[in-house]
Ligand binder design. Structure first.
Ligand SMILES: NC(=O)C1=CN([C@@H]2O[C@H](COP(=O)(O)OP(=O)(O)OC[C@H]3O[C@@H](n4cnc5c(N)ncnc54)[C@H](O)[C@@H]3O)[C@@H](O)[C@H]2O)C=CC1
Ligand SMILES: O=C(O)CCC(=O)C(=O)O
Length: 387
């Protein structure tokens, strides 16, 4: 039996199905792998037995992925699985920040006892006059799974859409409407925007990427939307821009001690991916990634190891070595296999950044001393006997 520890509520109804050969355990110490969402694992004492972690969702800034890579722990995410949910809530944020919907609803609640409410509402409504999205300029920062969908949806709404993403993938460039105008600098993107929405991961080059300099370039009374991460905006700068009227609204998914005190905000409870569909999509993707890794050693959608696949483990034995991306690893591994007279059927070696992965099938099981010798290679982080 392979053992799984879940952290967080993976789905609203609790349905998480791994199928035969798996069981859930209460303690991470007893588990082979972790299935999780947004809990912050920085500072968490990860038990030695954990071989893989799957994050149901896109962002992995809550996981120390490089530290885990060096411990031979493969971290997966579920790219794109919740992107439609985020796109839809961003569209809601665009409309809510333009049409006085929430304020108008509040007026109705506040006047619920008024017998003349129907007539009085006609007088009150001038306070809630908004503006249309059609023809307005929007800047989309990050054109990945979420940003590309948001940009295309804004084109469909008749907006004038600009996008900025120096690292856009070929797949997402293809998916983008030709009406989205790509710009080369963040400053050019921000200039004159009525709306600005961010869809980048939280990492060194995106921390506080929206600050006074960028906000000053927006059109007067612009709307800022952040359904990515709280770290991406400089909260003091946004607070000042709201108070000075440079920004008319700020919509975000992150209730921090500072955002909750800002004027003119719509703030949600990190609910961008909060739909049953997105939860199920993320769980399905994360579960199949974990199963393929635990059963076959294949790596799909890892954020700290290269993609690597040799299909189903059918040979007598399959071994995976997780190691540093340094010269002569294959030489050292094959030298040890040669000593054991092991016949390698297939071997794959892939690398990504500082980390690499070598997986091979052999005709016969390797003996224990050979496995031990592989573990003793200095740059090896972990050796897995998959079969
Ligand atoms: N509020 C919520 O519930 C959710 C929040 N998110 C957040 O949104 C982020 C984006 O999600 P996805 O689109 O699914 O991720 P993604 O990985 O598909 O797209 C991110 C895009 O940002 C681009 N990028 C990276 N650094 C950049 C920079 N310095 N400047 C401009 N572009 C840059 C990348 O090239 C990529 O195209 C996630 O990392 C996560 O933090 C994602 C899903 C749900
Ligand atoms: O699990 C969640 O609801 C958070 C989703 C998210 O922030 C992400 O996918 O990056």
């Amino acid at each position: 039996m392979r053992k799984i520890k879940t952290i967080d509520d993976i789905t609203k109804d609790g349905a998480v199905e791994f199928g035969n050969g798996y069981e859930f355990v209460d303690k991470a110490e007893d588990a082979d792998a972790i299935l999780m969402r947004s809990t912050d694992l920085h500072g968490y004492e990860l038990p030695e037995g954990i071989r893989a972690i799957a994050r149901c969702g896109a962002g992995v800034n809550n996981i120390p992925i490089e530290e885990y890579a060096k411990r031979g722990v493969v971290v997966f995410n579920s790219p794109g699985a919740n992107a439609n949910a985020v796109k839809e809530i961003v569209l809601a944020a665009l409309i809510l920040s333009s049409r006085g919907v929430v304020q108008s609803m509040q007026w109705v609640r506040d006047n619920a006892e008024d017998p003349n409410i129907l007539v009085n509402a006609e007088k009150a409504k001038k306070a809630f006059v908004g503006r249309e999205l059609k023809g307005k300029r929007i800047g989309v920062i990050g054109l990945g799974n979420v940003g590309s969908k948001v940009a295309n949806a804004c084109v469909d709404l008749g907006m004038d859409v600009y996008g900025y993403d120096p690292f856009i993938s070929v797949e997402h460039a293809w998916a983008l409407s030709q009406s989205v105008q790509r710009v080369g600098t963040l400053e050019d993107l921000c200039r004159g925007c009525d709306y600005l929405t961010v869809h980048v991961p939280s990492k060194a080059d995106t921390i506080s990427m929206i600050s006074t300099e960028q906000l000053d370039l927006l059109a007067p009374g612009a709307v800022l939307i952040n359904y990515a991460r709280e770290t991406i905006i400089d909260e003091d700068a946004v607070d000042a821009a709201l108070r000075e009227g440079k920004l008319s609204w700020f919509s975000c998914d992150f209730a921090t001690p500072k955002t909750v005190k800002m004027p003119n905000t719509f703030i949600t409870t990190h609910s961008g991916a909060g739909t049953g569909e997105a939860e199920a999509n993320c769980a399905d993707m994360a579960i199949s990634e974990l199963k393929d890794y635990l059963e076959n050693g294949n790596i799909v959608h890892s954020v700290n190891y290269p993609a690597c696949s040799m299909g189903k483990a059918r040979a007598a034995s399959r071994i995976a070595c997780l190691h540093a991306n340094v010269p002569n690893m294959i030489g050292q591994i094959t030298a040890i296999l040669a000593k054991d007279n092991a016949n390698v059927q297939r071997m794959v070696n892939e690398s990504a950044g500082e980390n690499a992965y070598t997986m091979f099938d052999t005709d016969e099981h390797l003996d224990a001393t050979t496995i031990e010798a592989l573990k003793q290679i200095p740059a090896i982080y972990r050796v897995r006997v998959i079969k």
